[in-house]
Design a protein around this ligand. Sequence first.
Ligand SMILES: O=CC(=O)O
Length: 334
Amino acid sequence: MAVSDHQEQNNRGSPELPEVIVLKQPPVFRTFEDHFSSRFTLLKASDSELPLDQFLAANAQSAQAMLCSGGGPRISDEILRQLPSLRLVVTTSAGLNHIDLSECRSRGISVANAGDVFSADCADYAVGLLIDVLRKISAADRYVKKGHWANLGDFPLGSKLRGKRVGIVGLGRIGIQVAKRLEAFGCSISYNSTKKKDFVAYPFYANVCELAADMDVLIICCGLNEQTRHMIDRKVLLALGKEGVIVNIGRGAIINEKEMVECLVHGEIGGAGLDVFENEPDVSKELFELENVVLSPHLAVFTPESFEDLRDIMIGNLEAFFSNKPLLSLVTDQ
Ligand SMILES: O=CC(=O)O
């Protein structure tokens, strides 16, 4: 069947295909929407002129599954209450902070996420940001492009990666891959996590401030929840110190951004590599002026290759659910 036939069929709705609610088109739809619409009847709230609550009341009362993403509306108690048949939320993200997990748990709704599909790309990116900040690659690029090399002479030297003491905050799927990469670069690794991990010999710090005090670099790899919101504050940053570098590929609000900006502006920490921010897509303007800060628009996880894996795991989860098989990436600590 041609792609346009699939779309036409889906727009009419296909009663024989299981229904999946989509509140806002997830990024994976940019390339792969047809793969979903040929298998499921997509109930797309964003294509409707109705306000969300009216759309859900009119179209989604029997739907058992929802596909959502980190960039879409929060899957809140209020939304969940309007969906009496919902039994599965599949999110295209690794992070889960946009889903009311405890409400899902109490309503018996399973949650599946992107599992491990983004971990390698995200870990590569964290290492990239760190090397960029330490060796001043983006700043050197600006220097050459502005013609300063010929006019002003040599550019200031960066700092060596090998031998750096790196503290990983959150040794989950992504954190462990960051640790392995940086170990290979000759860094020494320690970590902070909700609990000590038996599968690694890296030193464990229960206290993130104590970790920061002993490290040259902190890399934030944990998820955002009420325990981790603003966990990295002025006290932790001062413990990291004047030469210390912070990298964040987790979620912006894990760091108190206002306090971090103050520390950077006053030279109280050495630099930052940031892919995530508290109020995306707004970024604190003070950061734009700082040569020791590398900024990126929340894309550490995305490559075209990982999108293919994401498509497969999303479809795999939905198909498993509708055929009563185990989910591929069930969130177990829900
Ligand atoms: O930030 C991206 C994700 O959580 O997958």
